[in-house]
Design a protein around this ligand. Sequence first.
Ligand SMILES: [Ca+2]
Ligand SMILES: [Ca+2]
Ligand SMILES: [Ca+2]
Length: 193
Amino acid sequence: MKLTMGILVTIFVAGMLLSMRPVAAPGVTYTQALDVYLVSTGGTISWSHTYDGSADPIATATLTIVADDVDGPGNGMDGEQDNVYFNGHLLGLLNDIGYYTNWGVSPGPGNPNQPLTTTTFNLDPSWISPSMPTVVEVETGWEVEIETSTLTVFPIVQVIPEVPLGTIMSAVAMIFAFVAYMGTKNTHIFRRP
Ligand SMILES: [Ca+2]
Ligand SMILES: [Ca+2]
Ligand SMILES: [Ca+2]
């Protein structure tokens, strides 16, 4: 009988664990990839990201910019320093190619002469709003093309174990029914030797 009860309890506990299911927060990852394809020499390149609120509550967010011809040091110069601003906040510099090239930008996707650069910035969730102006200040005397800009907003995922009450009640009822059945049909198992 002890063994039978042990098996029943094990089945009951296993049933409860199996019926636990993660409950995800309603937020989903929001991604907005924009084609920018704007060129500037020593000026500013501006565009704007929008957000529809679908990732709330927000955990983290990133901005990834693909640029053409962000020169690094070389040719007697220290390379170009192009600052990026997002919704009024200075994020930092675009990554450069790593060296200077005599080539300039190739308007449109890609550049047959030199690699593009990709820069990803982490964004403070408090900076995310319905409309977010994004600006690259190209250093004086230098030229760059911003090709694409991708905003990604990640939601907080809450996992809450949930045990349906019905499952517990059914399991308890099953145990009582079994014990009662054993008590009436096999009373000898309760006797002590
Ligand atoms: Ca160049
Ligand atoms: Ca290009
Ligand atoms: Ca350049």
